[in-house]
Design a protein around this ligand. Structure first.
Ligand code: FAS
Ligand code: PHB
Length: 389
């Protein structure tokens, strides 16, 4: 078998890239280790930047997003028992859209299936070879049969734990990483959101986030220790802890209910450099990870895809140099989002070694932030997403 682009991973990166390439007449095959249902069952991101919405429109998969997505003109920061609104639209002229990653993935899967594009789910022992040679190819095992796919290029859209980055010789790649001393315990529940906009909470007991998926489905998070297990957290214990971190009047408005998903995610900042190795490209979480505090993970994956799509279109249109810009263009935007995500995480979470001075610095920055149009504008323009250049 042969194709132009072999895409490893059917998460948002792989499926969005496959859709954009197909609509540009570039043949591609997606190879995914899990089942489609398993991929859809992962509850992750919830906030889309306009740049991501634009790419989904170009991919022809934005109809449901426009029908069901919730435009948000602002977000709130809550500290010292007070809620402060950051007017995203007023400060930047832009807004974000709340629409779950699960729905983005579902829309992309449906479009790929409708187009009859080749997709291999539950592929075992996926391997990538020859990406530094003239014969790049991918191998996998499916139903006891070994398969090989020749390709011009391999897109490593296989996430943080994937095979593609792991296949790069250690001497050819530099890894930059910061692991945070806490995680996020997240709950999804079919209850109306406590507020029409997101609330990021700084509290002495720990960070909390009030988010949502629709007007009847909410997503909440509380900062937790790295050694905590989901099994330790009953629904009642979660709701009680969330209420402790909210102002009394907000806590009184919180509608609770049974969790339909509950999970703990560790937080890290991570970037691999470069992102290109011959004919292999690292895309999305395969190349970088951000703490979810800045709502950047999914959106960075989308902008990587946009840059790679532009590069591959240029290549097949007779301008191979276009591909040379992928890594530098993607990394320029990645590092700015890494900085913002690190800054939001450092500002909003309780760090075990911060001490009283560290707590005072966080509080002073928050007090300054909500009193300064310049500071709120800086937060807002990063939160709505910096332009793709
Ligand atoms: P993904 O990890 O989504 O997809 C990679 C795909 O590759 C998976 O389907 C995997 O099964 C497959 N794969 C892996 N190894 C393979 C192999 N060897 N062969 C074939 N396939 C393979 N971002 C936010 O913006 N907000 C959030 O709140 C948020 N919460 C998150 C919570 C968690 C627990 C995690 C892990 C991430 C979260 N993120 C969040 C970030 C997340 O949304 C990612 O940015 C997004 O999924 C990136 O998409 P992909 O790059 O496609 O990677
Ligand atoms: C979510 O809704 O899952 C979400 C929203 C904003 C974030 C992180 C997660 O910063």
């Amino acid at each position: 078998m042969k194709t132009q682009v072999a895409i490893i991973g059917a998460g948002p990166s792989g499926l969005l890239l496959g859709q954009l390439l197909a609509r540009s007449g570039i043949a591609n095959v997606v190879i995914e280790q899990r089942s489609a249902d398993y991929v859809l069952g992962r509850i992750r991101a919830g906030v889309l930047e306009q740049t991501t919405v634009d790419l989904l429109e170009q991919a022809g998969v934005a109809a449901r997003l426009h029908a069901e997505g919730l435009p948000h003109d602002g977000v709130e920061l809550c500290f010292g028992g007070q809620r402060h609104r950051i007017d995203l639209l007023g400060l930047t002229g832009k807004r974000v859209v709340v629409y779950g990653q699960t729905e983005v993935t579902r829309d992309l899967m449906d479009a790929r299936q409708a187009a009859g594009l080749p997709t291999v789910y539950e592929a075992d022992e996926v391997t990538v070879h020859g990406f530094d040679s003239a014969t790049p190819h991918v191998g996998w095992l499916k139903d006891g049969v070994r398969h090989t796919l020749q390709a011009d290029f391999i897109a490593g859209c296989d996430g943080f734990h994937g095979v593609c980055r792991a296949s790069v010789p250690p001497g050819a790649i530099t890894l930059h990483e910061k692991v945070y001393p806490f995680g996020w315990l997240g709950v999804l529940a079919d209850v109306p959101p406590v507020s029409h906009e997101l609330i990021y909470v700084h509290h002495e007991r720990g960070f909390a986030l009030c988010s949502q998926r629709s007007k009847v489905r909410s997503r909440y998070y509380v900062q937790c220790a790295l050694d905590e297990q989901v099994a330790q957290w009953s629904d009642d214990a979660f709701w009680a802890e969330l209420k402790r971190r909210l102002p009394d009047d907000t806590a009184a408005q919180l509608v609770t209910g049974p969790s339909i998903e509950k999970s703990i995610a560790p937080l890290r900042s991570f970037v691999a450099e470069p992102l290109r190795f011959g004919t292999l490209f690292l895309v999305g979480d395969a190349g970088h990870i951000v703490p979810p505090t800045g709502a950047k993970g999914l959106n960075l994956a989308a902008s990587d895809v946009g840059y790679l799509w532009q590069g591959l279109r240029g290549h097949y249109a007779g301008h191979p140099a276009e591909l040379d810009h992928y890594a530098s263009r993607a990394l320029a935007r990645i590092w700015k989002a890494e900085r913002f995500s690190w800054w939001m995480t450092s500002l909003m979470h309780q760090f075990p070694d911060a001490g009283s001075f560290g707590h005072k610095m966080q509080r002073a920055e928050l007090d300054y932030l909500v009193g300064s149009t310049a500071a709120m504008t800086a937060l807002a323009e990063n939160y709505v997403g910096l332009p793709m250049v």
